[in-house]
Design a protein around this ligand. Structure first.
Ligand SMILES: [Zn+2]
Length: 350
């Protein structure tokens, strides 16, 4: 693809699950334009979507797996996963990612180093970071993390919105707070150390607040929330408090702003009839609080409800246009759309 003026590298999507589970994605192909889902290659190339974190999310057994699109008022507690099921499901989805890379014949690449990422962005090749959302598949014998690293894992969310042996996730609540449950377990702290040693990014989205502060205390890498929004503007339990945002800024980390309307709106409703200004309000708030160099995108495409006008990945130029109208100049737009992610990944991956 031609290199767009502002290539968008993004902190989170659930496209792999959409492609993997025909009940969810309708059996669509990544290579062919579809009218369902949010990301496929043709729409991505049209919208200037240059890549991002491709999440491997293991849905609860026999429950509709809709990740962040869980409606307001849904039962807040998600049960823990069976680790053997988590492991085999994770391996299947990772196999699908590499199959995709093969089928895309050079238009899509799983990146493992900052140089590879930079090259893909320069050459217009879609760059995918392998992210596992919830560490259930990582056996506590931490050699397992290294096995995943060898095949390409470069980012790990310690939890999804449920408990595991490493920590506790935040159940979806509105209004709610991330301050629920205990901090990381001893194994959770070991996992953070091992991620630091290997150069695997530790993703803080979905982690409860005490777990967040444990990572802040023990990790030697910049703090990163791949897909989150501002609690002061929308009181979802999944959003970050000002103190958490400041901590990310102080470590020269980054927050990928989540586009899920249920995390953006004051009323917490997952209503697509939500203007882009509501999303931009979250970006403005973070930029004012912690600086432009610590804010990026973390769309949650294919896992959440987008503002209607944005629609899908092909609508990204509209968002960039609105940001420009809101006062973001070229330098700011370069930071928001990709440079901040490039900087943080270069430091984190070593
Ligand atoms: Zn998520």
């Amino acid at each position: 693809m031609r290199r767009p003026e502002f290539p968008v590298f993004d902190g989170h999507n659930d496209t792999l699950l959409d492609l993997h589970d025909p009940k969810r994605g309708g059996g669509r192909s990544f290579l062919v334009e579809s009218d369902t889902g949010h990301i496929d290659l043709p729409r991505a190339e049209r919208g200037g979507f240059a890549g991002g974190f491709f999440a491997v999310f293991v849905p609860p057994l026999a429950v509709d797996p809709s990740d962040d699109a869980v409606p307001t008022g849904a039962p807040p507690a998600n049960p823990a996963l069976d680790p053997a099921y988590a492991r085999s499901f994770t391996e299947d989805v990772i196999a699908r990612l590499f199959l995709l890379e093969k089928e895309a014949a050079g238009r899509f690449k799983v990146v493992r180093t900052a140089d590879e990422l930079d090259r893909c962005l320069a050459d217009g090749i879609m760059a995918a970071v392998l992210h596992v959302e919830g560490a259930e598949a990582i056996h506590p014998d931490l050699g397992a993390l290294e096995e995943f690293y060898e095949i390409g894992l470069r980012s790990l969310g310690i939890v999804w919105s449920r408990p595991n042996i490493y920590g506790e996730g935040v159940p979806f609540m509105f209004p709610g707070t991330p301050d629920v449950g205990a901090g990381l377990t001893g194994r959770g702290l070991e996992l953070v150390r091992e991620c630091n040693r290997l150069g695997v990014l530790v993703g803080l989205s979905h982690l409860n607040e005490r777990g967040f502060w444990d990572v802040a205390e023990h990790s030697n890498a910049p703090l990163v929330a791949t897909h989150a929004a501002v609690h002061a503007l929308s009181r979802s339990s999944r959003n970050l408090m000002d103190e958490q945002l400041r901590a990310v800024g102080e470590t020269d980390g980054v927050v990928g702003v989540n586009f899920h309307v249920g995390f953006l709106r004051e009323d917490g409703q997952a209503n697509p009839d939500t203007p882009l200004e509501v999303l931009i309000r979250h970006i403005d708030y973070m930029v004012d609080l912690i600086g432009i160099e610590h804010v990026a995108f973390g769309s949650d495409f294919d896992g959440a409800v987008m503002p209607g006008r944005l629609g899908d990945v092909a609508g990204l130029p509209l968002l960039i246009e609105e940001l420009r109208k809101a006062g973001y100049d070229d330098a700011a737009l370069h930071r928001l759309t990709h440079e901040n992610w490039q900087r943080v990944l270069r430091v984190t991956w070593k």
